[in-house]
Design a protein around this ligand. Structure first.
Ligand SMILES: Cc1ncc(COP(=O)(O)O)c(C=O)c1O
Length: 421
């Protein structure tokens, strides 16, 4: 079968598998939380669960040699997406571990050179904020930049926060809750002017927007398999050649001693294949997702009043939409949306104390009670799913507004680290 028609068959199979479930289950619109493994990714992984059982670090026989080769091929595929050298890619269990290794590893290494300050942002993922908290206990000074109403930091704030003692600046490429993109190239350039390293958590951005570690001047970049139609439990950290890093775990010396432990061949093969597909399809897929997102937003705005977009609309991931519906509470909205699977993450009451820390970080004009939902569209979302989703949201919001339901609760806590205004 020709390669192109084979691809079409795989995409069709993926869509059918999801749509078969949809007859009984809600339409999946939570691709920012996780993605299904693409059948084209699963296929090359399978032999490494069974027949190809060799330990990739035991290369005295053909099984180990084949596993080793498969891992190196995957390393190449991951590296190519961000214009890195394969030797600069370290496999991890996901973006959480990559973020921990990048932040703890480089900061501790740089402390030996007298650098003890770290700058990050108040809306970072917990897997960045929590290691920063740990470093604060070790004597580091942590500064968290606030964001503007559009979810983006002010470069002037970064300039004010940087000092010759800044070891590391860590700013996410795309936010997991509101999908907003930070100006990472500008941030990296400025950080380097002050002699600081630049790390970006690209768990949401890798494979979805163009990233080039050379042009963007990125020193460390974290990524995750399950956000790009690869398996859960695998990710990687790009570490630019020559960057000082102290490991955070110790063992058999695998991955240059930076991430010891037997490298999981099937998961790495899956991550490699998922990266390759994401790179090949990035421009066509991002345009398709953008069209679907625009259609969804258009339908909602034409049929409902007081729909607020959280974060900048143009500087965001193509498949991402975070919306507030005034006069409705999150709990009622989410529990009534039976036909679609979306993320809430943040209830909103009039005193705003129950908002998620990301939404709370966005300066708001008013304190109206609003329901907040994150809609994320992905590879297997079809146009009819968008029509159905819009219809459902419109009917539920209208009906709740008619009933005048307000209130709601959520236990999300803001980060407990000092904020730099
Ligand atoms: C921005 C961001 N960083 C880090 C992570 C953690 O990734 P993983 O599940 O691979 O550990 C996520 C996942 O939700 C994320 O969205």
């Amino acid at each position: 079968m020709a390669v192109k028609s084979k691809l079409k068959v795989y995409i069709f199979v993926g869509a059918v598998l999801l749509s078969t479930k949809m007859d009984a289950d809600p339409i999946y619109l939570d691709y920012q939380a996780s993605t299904p493994v693409d059948p084209r990714v699963l296929e090359p992984m399978l032999p490494y669960f069974t027949k190809e059982c060799g330990n990739p670090h035991s290369t005295t026989h053909i099984y180990g040699i084949r596993a080793h080769k498969a891992i190196e091929k995957a390393r190449n595929e991951v590296a190519r997406v961000i214009n890195a050298e394969p030797q600069e890619i370290i496999f991890t269990s996901g973006a959480t571990e990559a973020n921990n290794l990048a932040i703890l590893g480089t900061s501790r290494a740089l402390k030996e050179q007298g650098k003890s300050e770290i700058i990050s942002v108040i809306i970072e993922h917990k897997s960045v904020l929590e290691p920063l908290k740990a470093l604060e206990k070790e004597g580091f000074k942590i500064l968290l930049l606030s964001v503007q109403k559009n979810g983006i930091i002010k470069i002037e704030d970064l300039k004010k926060a940087l000092t010759p003692k800044t070891a590391l600046v860590s700013v996410m490429a795309a936010n997991n809750e509101i999908g907003v993109l930070q100006p990472i190239r500008e941030i990296a350039k400025l950080s380097h002017e002050y002699g600081a390293l630049f790390h970006t958590d690209a768990a949401q951005a890798f494979g979805k927007i163009a990233l080039n570690v050379r042009k963007d001047q990125i020193d460390l970049l974290s990524l995750s398999g399950h956000k790009i139609y690869g398996p859960k439990g695998v990710g990687a950290l790009f570490i630019r050649k020559g960057i000082p890093l102290i490991p955070i775990s110790y063992g058999g010396g695998q991955e240059k001693g930076l991430r010891p432990g037997t490298v999981p061949t099937p998961l790495c093969v899956g991550l490699g294949k998922a990266s390759k597909i994401a790179q090949e399809e990035l421009s066509s897929e991002s345009q398709r997702l953008l069209n679907l997102r625009n259609k969804l937003l258009d339908l909602l705005q034409k049929n409902l009043t007081e729909v607020v977009i959280n974060g900048d609309l143009s500087k965001r991931l193509p498949g991402s939409l975070s919306l507030s519906f005034k006069g409705v509470d999150s709990h009622s909205l989410l529990s009534n949306l039976k036909g679609i699977a979306v993320s809430g993450g943040s209830a909103c009451t009039s005193d705003r104390s129950d908002l998620s820390y990301v939404i709370r970080a966005l300066p708001h004009d008013n304190n109206h009670p609003s329901a907040i939902i994150r809609l994320s569209i992905g590879r297997f979302t079809r146009e009819e799913d968008i029509d159905k989703a819009a219809f459902e949201i419109i009917s539920v919001v209208k009906s709740l507004r008619k009933k005048g339901l307000k209130g709601g609760s959520c236990s999300c806590q803001p980060p407990e680290i000092k904020e730099f205004k």
